[in-house]
Design a protein around this ligand. Sequence first.
Ligand code: PRP
Ligand code: URA
Length: 210
Amino acid sequence: MAGDVIVIDHPVVQHKLTQMRDKESPPHEFRRHLREISMLCTYEVTRDLPLTEREIETPVGPTRAPTLAERKLCLVSILRAGNGIVDGMLEVLPTASVGHIGLYRDPETLVAVEYYFKMPEDVDERHMFVADPMLATANSAIAAVSRLKETNPLSMKLVCLVAAPEGIEAFHGEHPDITIYTAAVDSHLDEHGYIVPGLGDAGDRLYGTR
Ligand code: PRP
Ligand code: URA
């Protein structure tokens, strides 16, 4: 069973993604574009969230109006680069809880190695959005989602920025039930497991570590 992939092809998102791909973009601009794209993508990834109603008084009179059950959300950052997406999503969903899972990709084997895991206690009462800009081999996302499923969230979605076809296939081979949201599906992976054309190492470009 193939899983769902939703490509967010809005022109403003695509424009900002091109600026991020440009190797001349310094970390402060890369961070700003990722934050802004993530704010825009939040609109799409939260489209089917449940609403409740509450009584309010407008200046003209009482009414019942829809409101988001916002406290029932959990944004999860796959460290480090997931922080760039979560920062943007938090601008739009400021009361969401945040979890972190630390994973790095072994440069030789490309296997994901976990070094940190901290989630809100009531995560089983929350809709979860797992964030990582790059879906390359998908080893990191597969490991993260496998671990996070053990916490029993109400629902789960994967939010990324650039995905490789190989990563999408591998991810849905393991997790066909999880919808992938991405701004682009690129051409392929190179021999080092980097997405082509991609944008390079997202963590390094966000934080200027190389
Ligand atoms: C990058 C990226 C993803 C992972 C994607 O993280 O942010 O987590 O690689 O590659 P994969 O799909 O092949 O697993 P990295 O391991 O470089 O860690 P960092 O964010 O700490 O730099
Ligand atoms: N991780 C990144 O940051 N970029 C890639 O292209 C692949 C893995």
